[in-house]
Design a protein around this ligand. Structure first.
Ligand code: FES
Length: 194
């Protein structure tokens, strides 16, 4: 009697184990196939979207991504807005200098943007609103954002890279970089697009 009760139960247990094993093998196989596709395309799932988005909207004239960085109506004179471009970790300042300047855009041709990394040893330069300069606190190099970001005084060996801008309606876009960002062999390599 006891034998009759246990035999059907054992058979059911065996079937359940077999089904479970088949499902596990199938799931592992699917996962390995997905990893294989990712490997062959050079993308991992976590980076594919970011890379694809950047490739989708390149600037046809220079290959840089076109990225909205601020709204014109939110930008105040002498109050910089910080933004990363074109790669994460490449930090820049968008500044309305309040007067017409070389390469300035906007209603008064007063808006410019420069990479913040000092061309001496890479410390972040900050904006001095009284002098309208970009100042590096590490060794006191001073740059002029009203004139191509050139060195006014100090250890810096080159002008700060200028972020090229355009305005459409109320949106300010970064569309390129003039000059090599400190610490990079190419502004578009060795990092993840913003
Ligand atoms: S790092 Fe800026 S002056 Fe040296």
């Amino acid at each position: 009697m006891e034998q009759e009760n246990h035999q059907p139960s054992n058979e059911r247990d065996k079937d359940a184990v077999l089904i479970s094993r088949r499902r596990t093998v199938k799931a592992i196989g699917g996962g390995l196939a997905a990893l294989g596709v990712a490997y062959l395309t050079g993308c991992t799932p976590s980076t594919r979207n970011t890379m694809t988005e950047s490739v989708r909207t390149p600037n046809p004239t220079n290959g840089y991504p076109i990225v909205k960085i601020a709204e014109l109506s939110s930008l105040k004179i002498d109050q910089p807005i910080s933004f990363e471009y074109p790669l994460r970790g490449q930090v820049n300042l968008l500044i309305d200098l309040g007067k017409k300047v070389e390469n300035g855009i906007g209603p008064s041709n007063s808006i410019v943007a420069y990479n913040q990394s000092c061309q001496h040893m890479g410390c972040p330069a900050t904006y001095n609103s009284e002098r309208k300069t970009l100042f590096c606190p590490c060794h006191q190099t001073t740059y002029d954002p009203s004139f191509h970001g050139t060195v006014v005084v100090g250890q810096g060996k080159a002008a700060l890279p200028r972020i090229e801008l355009k305005i459409e309606n109320d949106s300010i876009y970064a569309i390129g970089v003039k000059g090599l960002i400190y610490g990079y062999r190419n502004n578009l390599l060795d990092g993840e697009y913003v």
